[in-house]
Design a protein around this ligand. Sequence first.
Ligand code: PMV
Length: 308
Amino acid sequence: MSKASAPGKVILFGEHAVVYGQPALAVPVTQVQAEVRIDKIFSPGIRINAPNIQLNDKLDSLAASHPLAATVRNTLATLEAGSLSGVAILVRSTIPVASGLGSGAAVSVAIIRALAKHLRKDLTDEQVSQLAFETEKLYHGTPSGIDNTVVTYARPVYFVKGQPIEILRVKKPFTIVIGDTGIPASTKESVRDVRIQRHKNPERYETLFAAIGSITRTAGQLIENGMPESFGPLMDENHALLRNMGVSSPELDNLVEAARKAGALGAKMSGGGRGGNMIALVQPGKAGAVARSLKEAGAVNTIINKVV
Ligand code: PMV
């Protein structure tokens, strides 16, 4: 039996703008995980069992575009193990899907690492991230690569599309509260809508992206300089820019507002938007109160995450 797991992730700054070359900051969320177990079985072929999505099928019966099947096939090709047979791949995850917490990337990374372990082969983090990126394209269309990167390295990252990974050095830990609207939202659709709007109005969108990029760079410096509590207002600004871009939603705005009223230092939506999760920066002593206020305002789940 071989096992591997991967954490969720949350974007602190820079979503959407990152697709157009601006930097983004993201951190792992270890309270939620994808877990993969590979067992030997007596029947030939490879079986994939993913109870969360009611999948229990032979790999051969799944389409080339099926994200889990594609992950398995691409990994076996990279590991030169095309003839693997007599195994069952069990995929379990506590990361809510389509909520901006990186569930797809985490499942991919856990599958890739479990297969490599099972075959006693080594993959570098870069190879793992690249393989997961191939699957991200099936989920997201034109992903920036931030999800597979932060989930693979399981460290806070300063991410610029197409550039080597930069680990963000968190000089002083800080606490964020994550609130889930409970509304699943397709990142593929919100990324596509932004693309359409940008095509119609390039100047306006380039200005929005540049403003987000500048906020993200400043926030990165504050985190590296040990002044995390000062980036609250930058979250508020980033949220306003995302609203202007048309990717927030009444439910996200409501939770962002509730967090601020409960004493958060700043709050914003996180990820593709239109649903999914929002985040709030809090003083550690306020985390419980902010989480409770988010629940009262309609959040279906909250996570308190200390970023180190
Ligand atoms: O919805 P999530 O958490 O997968 O984040 C998507 C982030 C975007 O910037 C909107 C898209 C991307 O590929 O970076």
